[in-house]
Design a protein around this ligand. Structure first.
Ligand code: ADP
Ligand code: MG
Length: 620
């Protein structure tokens, strides 16, 4: 074989990562041990899977173990695994570029976030390169598991380049020889390394030894009985498995025998990184079969909207020798998905009753993903709708309620669940719609996030009760007893002002009529159902690019004959019709704005100047 040395430059992005890592003042240098042990463990895990399907494996008798040795006279440590190893191309690809997960996430986070680099290094570990925080030179001796492969030695000081040369007599797997910088000789001490490994690597699924002495107990916590596991153990496992620095918000440890054999341990993180605008969560619930890792990021194990979940699912029903690709579209995965999703939604609902505060914390972080599910995944529509929370006129500002509690509070003759959308609670409260509903004792859910109305439109009903916007024409309100006939415009004038308004506003409104729902305000609009309806229009406005496709609004104008402006207008029509027309248009604009349906205020502004001019010139 060739023992020629080749020199390579690190890829530009890699250099950037290396530069940040090496020059950072990050305190917890010790995390490099965790990163290297976890890489060794990954390599063994990969080998274990390959052993299931391949017969021709180099050094097939070698145990799946990780051996660490320290030497404080030469200021050196070595970490050896008998895992998959790497060939020449893989060395270039894996250690020379950052196509791999850890460092790539790190780069993404750097791009999108102003968070301090130190915190980011802690969060992502940045994998293999973290060794250069403490090393002046690293050699990776490695040989691929493939029988006809050669051995290589990769070497670098972490500055700009690395070399690869042939190395004779290598066994399968990878041996890292790390020459420490003088300042970091502590890591060449046996006790220090043992302490670090115990801290970070308690859950590695392979035996780890330091200078020949075993330091961990291999333990699949998810297979054990709940009763025997302490909270701290769960927490440590979570931190280890999802590479987190803080404990989880919630956990669900669940076992079943039928219809599938499942042992699963699921966690909800404390924070939703997506909400912070960092990047999109990816499903990171690892799939195991009888403790053997099948896939650490299986696609399709959970619905998209549960992409924040972390943890482990173990099922002995999975055939061990299945390939990842065929696993991904298997019937079995779909079944697992169904059982687990149902069970997890039930768990969330139980939490909302037993531990409301915690549930609200969850809602605060992950509510948007629940909404995403409710709006898009009809299989779990009812279970998801059950979890939705909104502010309500029945509760103080800041307090939240769900559909079940709303229904409990409904009077026997109330037919629909009502909601109103607006920019804030205050803006809904000051609009024209709430007054009549309040007067009739009807509770209204107050929606303030643009996506909320879309969610309501998708769900449409809950437990056979329709959910409708309170500005929808569909809502029929009873006449109130206390309305005083005397202060109203008379029947004849009311009829003619309605007709005049329709003639004046033309196709801008579908109809003009007396509104039972008005108490103080002079006018309001209500929308019909379907694409032209008010609620649908707001949803379409929210979606970019949909505005052009929007049909003309089909709103009905309701007028309040008890209101003095309407009464005044009825007179004005007779004396000064052109001013009356200005008033009519302005009234419609105000009503549209109150309903969040004002598409373009420019026309309104121009007209209101015209009105002001009329008023001011009269007094000249
Ligand atoms: P990550 O582990 O997140 O992929 P790392 O920077 O830790 O990122 O590792 C980069 C890549 O180098 C790994 O994905 C793997 O392919 C390879 N690698 C690292 N250590 C080993 C090892 N001990 N044996 C085999 N391959 C390894
Ligand atoms: Mg790694």
């Amino acid at each position: 074989m060739s023992t020629k040395t080749s020199t390579h430059e690190f890829q530009a992005e890699t250099k950037q990562v290396l530069d940040i890592v090496v020059n950072s003042l990050y305190k917890d240098k010790e995390i490099f041990v965790r990163e290297l042990i976890s890489n060794a463990s990954d390599a063994l895990e990969k080998l274990r899977r390959i052993q299931l399907t391949e017969k021709e494996i180099a050094d097939d008798n070698l145990a799946l173990e990780i051996s660490v040795s320290t030497d404080d006279t030469s200021n050196q440590i070595t970490i050896q695994d008998f895992g998959v190893g790497m060939n020449n191309d893989e060395l270039v690809e894996n250690l020379g570029t950052i196509a791999h997960s850890g460092s790539k996430d790190f780069m993404e986070a750097l791009k999108t976030d102003g968070e301090k680099n130190d915190a980011l290094i802690g969060k992502f570990g940045v994998g293999f390169y973290s060794v250069f925080m403490v090393a002046e030179k690293v050699q990776a001796y490695t040989r691929s598991w493939k029988k006809d492969g050669d051995g290589y030695c990769w070497e670098s000081d972490g500055s700009g380049s690395y070399t690869i040369e042939g190395a004779e007599g290598q066994r399968r797997g990878t041996k890292l020889v790390i020459k420490l910088k003088d300042d970091f000789s502590e890591f060449a001490k046996e006790d220090r390394i043992k302490e670090i490994i115990k801290k970070y690597s308690a859950f590695v699924q392979f035996p780890v030894s330091v200078n020949g002495e075993k330091v961990n107990t291999v333990d699949a916590i998810w297979m054990r009985s709940k009763k025997e596991i302490k909270d701290e153990e769960y927490e440590e496992f979570y931190k280890f498995q999802s590479n987190e620095y803080e404990g989880p918000l919630m956990r669900m440890h669940f076992s079943a025998d039928a219809p599938l054999e499942i042992n699963s341990l699921l966690f909800v993180p404390k924070r939703n990184m997506e909400k912070m605008g960092m990047f999109r969560n990816e499903n990171k619930v690892a799939l195991h079969c009888r403790k053997v890792l099948i896939d650490s990021e299986p696609k399709g194990l959970f619905p998209e909207w549960l992409r924040f979940l972390r943890g482990v699912v173990d099922s002995s029903d999975i055939p061990l020798n299945v390939s990842r690709e065929s696993m991904q579209d298997s019937e079995l995965l779909r079944k697992l998905n169904q059982v687990l999703t149902k069970r997890f939604l039930r768990f969330l609902n139980e939490q909302s009753q037993k531990e409301e505060e915690k549930f609200l914390e969850f809602w605060n972080e992950f509510g948007n993903l629940v909404k995403e599910g409710a709006a898009t995944d009809f299989t779990y529509k009812e279970d998801l709708a059950k979890l939705l929370r909104f502010e309500s006129t029945a509760l103080d500002a800041g307090k939240l309620t769900g559909f079940d509690n709303y229904i409990d509070r409904m009077a026997s003759d109330q037919k629909e669940i009502l909601f109103l959308f607006g920019k804030s609670r205050e803006s809904i409260e000051s609009g024209p719609y709430l007054e009549a509903l309040k007067a009739r004792g009807l509770e209204v859910l107050l929606l303030t996030e643009p996506v909320d109305e879309y969610v309501m439109q998708s769900i449409r009903e809950y437990k056979e009760t329709k959910i409708i916007s309170a500005d929808s024409e569909e809502l029929k309100l009873e006449k109130l007893d206390q309305e005083k006939e005397g202060d109203s415009l008379n029947k004849k004038d009311t009829k003619s002002i309605c007709k005049w308004l329709k003639d004046t506003l033309k196709e801008k409104v579908s109809e003009v009529e007396v509104g039972e729902r008005l108490i103080d305000s002079p006018v309001c609009v209500v929308g019909g159902e379907g694409m032209g309806g008010a609620s649908a229009r707001r949803v379409m406005k929210m979606m970019q690019g949909m505005e052009a496709a929007m049909p003309a609004p089909s709103v009905k104008l309701l007028i309040n004959p008890f209101n003095t402006i309407i009464q005044g207008l009825s007179e004005l029509v007779k004396s000064d019709e052109s001013t009356a027309q200005l008033v009519a248009h302005q009234l419609l604009d105000n009503a549209m704005a109150s309903a969040n349906l004002m598409d373009d205020p420019r026309e309104m502004i121009a007209r209101s100047y015209e009105a002001l001019e009329k008023i001011t010139s009269k007094n000249k």
